[in-house]
Design a protein around this ligand. Sequence first.
Ligand code: PGA
Length: 249
Amino acid sequence: MRKPIIAGNWKMYKTGSEAKTLAAGIVEKVQKVQEVQIVLCPPFTALGAVAEAIKGSNIELGAQNCHFEDKGAFTGEISTAFLIDAGCKYVIIGHSERRQYFAEDDALINKKIKRAQASGLIPIFCIGETLLERQKEQTFDVLRRQVLHGLQEISATDPERLIIAYEPVWAIGTGVTATKEQAQEAHRYIRDLLAGLWGSETAERIRIQYGGSVKPDNVAELMAQDDIDGALVGGASLDADSFAKIVGF
Ligand code: PGA
């Protein structure tokens, strides 16, 4: 059985002290939850404060990005070793905002996934089509390209060490979520792609999160779908109450 995993992507919000308050609020509200894995992904500068706030709790730490080399002259970049040192277990890779605003392509994302796995972090690998691509009925083509290129030369020897997040770009931050049918259809397609790469036994064990305007009032029907194993939550993760409600779906 795949254990659901719900992650909060705080994006470029929250200073260290704001993050500490938010994390402490979440810790208090979700402390009884056992059947869902919970991850917080604050900005780099707040990782320390959040690590401290979640110490000893049922919440784990993740980052929003990393560099693909282990060290070197890369001014302004953050290595996976820094993230591990800060207490991270997960790292979001290939978020659509990074693809869109920072020109991250499938090849770069592939390098980052490899680096993350080699250093012991679990990548949360984001994929998803734009509105135009969906309107042109290219959703499956885009997902196939992103999955096959992003995961090139990666072996899933341990299916627990890779998480996929299906995030239709048109649903991110828009308040428009994919219907449960649209989401399930995409998740099934992604799982079939994974089965093509590594066999169905492995594919059945890899968790696929849904992301894009997940809120307390739509999370339950999404999570009820066969192939939806969690959520990557942006806006609604910035409030302890709404994030806790999502976790408690
Ligand atoms: P949203 O963001 O929940 O605000 O739509 C999701 C994400 O970007 O991961």
